[in-house]
Each structure stands twice: as C-alpha cells, then as structure tokens.
Design a protein around this ligand. Structure first.
Ligand SMILES: [Zn+2]
Ligand SMILES: [Zn+2]
Length: 271
C-alpha cells in the first residue's frame, strides 16, 4: 500500500538488541562449542530477540527476558511505541520492565500493537500492565504508521496470533520475521522485491520443529528464492540441532554471497 507519509531525509536505524532463540548464547547450563566461543568472544553472545527502530522516536519490537540489560547496553532511555510479535517467553519475559518505565517516567500508556489473541494472553498473564500499554489490536494485512515508517502485519506459521512485520520507508522495504516456519504464500507475495529480509533461523542441522521454525538452510533458501538484496539471520539457537560457532556459520554463509549475513546483538543497519 502507499505510504501515508514520506519520511524525507530522516534516517531510521534498525538496531538488533538481541538475536538469540529461546535459550540464549551462552546458556548457563551449556558448554557446547557455541557457548565456549561466546564465553571467550563477547561479540558472539546472543540475548533473546528484540529489535529497536530508531528515528525521531523509538519503536521496540518484543520484550525478551534480557530487555533491561539490552536497553542499558544500547543507551536507550525512551520507548515511544511497542510492538509484540507473540506471547512466547523469549519475546515477552521482560514485559514487566515496562511497568516501572511508564509509572515513573512516561506520562501516558505506551501505544502498543499486537493481535487480539496476544492481547488476550497479555490480559491473563500481565494484568498489572493494563494501564501501562495502550493496546491497538491488529490482524494480518493491517497497516499503521509510526514515526514515518509504514508497518504491515504479516502472516507467519508459528504460535496462534504471531505476526511478522513489513516496514516501509519512502525508499526501502524491510521485513522482520523472527519466529516462523515455512512462510504462507500471502506473506511471500508481500515480500516480492524486498530490499532487506530479517528472518528467524533457529536451527542448524536438523530442524526439530519444521512446522513453526526455520533452519539456517531453510531461511537462506527463502532469501535466495526471493532474491532479496540483504538477508540477515536472527533468532539463532546456535545450540540445536548441532552446536555451531559463528565463525563456522559465517564461513558457510559466504558461499551464498556477501548479502547473506548473521545478525549480531548490537548490529545497526539503516531501514
Ligand atoms: Zn516463538
Ligand atoms: Zn522465539
């Protein structure tokens, strides 16, 4: 759809606050090669998935259990809008951090976007946030504009009520789909001619959950089929099915071209 507003010369940055799947890297209980590498090399540590869209305002996607440290580390002291992809713990375990923020330093509830299914879960699980988040329920295909970025909710194959998001500025189209299995045709159609795709790639080797997660190879294949200009892999387990180091995974990805890369915690790219 057409942009409601043009974002002129304003630069909008996407900042990866976290790029790990559910267990994080290193995991406290694990000594696999991925965890060994991360313990030696801070760049290889992966907190759970969250993304910050920084223009004139800050829009946060998801609130993982690591949220407080992620925001401190990135020097973020303001969240203007909040988007929740779905209700799983690795995307919501830090929701409680938003209560103090709103009650102590934010004048009003944070405008928040999620499906009605996720809103029902929020009401049941985080009732104390009722007056902190001003929820506007979304459905697949719905669009809204935040800080001159046009967001469209994308259908995915994951837990009920899960969404991905297409983000469009005046000149570029980017999609963020951190948790999904094979993409529905309706979503693939919306990703046609996309500039940057950020896609969950939970598994390396065997995909234990092929209906609702992707492996690295499956995510790469989607990027190649769509002929995306840039593909960033996120929501990386690094432990499962076969533990793998960043070094080995980057070497593997190089064979597909320089436009396919692993995301890292702290990586910032232009939207
Ligand atoms: Zn999930
Ligand atoms: Zn997840």
């Amino acid at each position: 759809m057409a942009l409601s507003k043009q974002n002129g010369n304003q630069t909008v940055q996407l900042r990866f606050l976290g790029t790990g799947a559910g267990c994080g890297v290193p995991s406290f209980y694990c000594d696999c090669v991925a965890c060994q590498e991360a313990r030696q090399e801070p760049r290889c540590c992966r907190t759970r998935c969250a993304l910050l869209i920084q223009g004139e305002k800050n829009t946060l996607i998801d609130a993982p259990p690591d949220l407080r440290q992620q925001l401190l580390h990135a020097g973020i002291n303001q969240i203007d809008h909040f988007i929740l992809t779905h209700s799983h713990y690795d995307h919501t375990g830090g929701l409680g951090e938003l209560e103090f923020y709103v009650r102590v330093s934010h004048p009003e509830a944070i405008p928040t976007y999620m499906t009605a299914t996720t809103q029902d879960w929020l009401h049941a699980s985080f009732g104390f946030l009722e007056d902190c988040l001003y929820v506007q329920p979304l459905d697949v295909g719905w669009s809204f504009v935040l800080d001159d970025v046009n967001f469209t909710a994308l259908d995915v194959t994951h837990a009920p009520g899960t969404l991905g998001f297409l983000m469009e500025t005046a000149g570029r189209r980017t999609a963020y789909i951190p948790d999904t299995g094979p993409l529905p045709i309706s979503t693939l159609e919306k990703l046609d001619n996309i500039d940057t795709l950020i896609l969950g790639a939970t598994f390396w080797g065997k995909n234990w959950m092929p209906d609702d997660h992707l492996s690295v190879d499956e995510a790469v294949q989607i990027g190649l089929n769509l002929q995306v200009k840039q593909l960033y892999l996120t929501h990386l387990s690094m432990h499962h099915d076969t533990p793998v180091t960043n070094q080995a995974l980057e070497a593997y990805l190089h064979r597909f071209g320089k436009h396919i890369n692993l995301a890292y915690d702290g990586l910032a790219i232009t939207l």
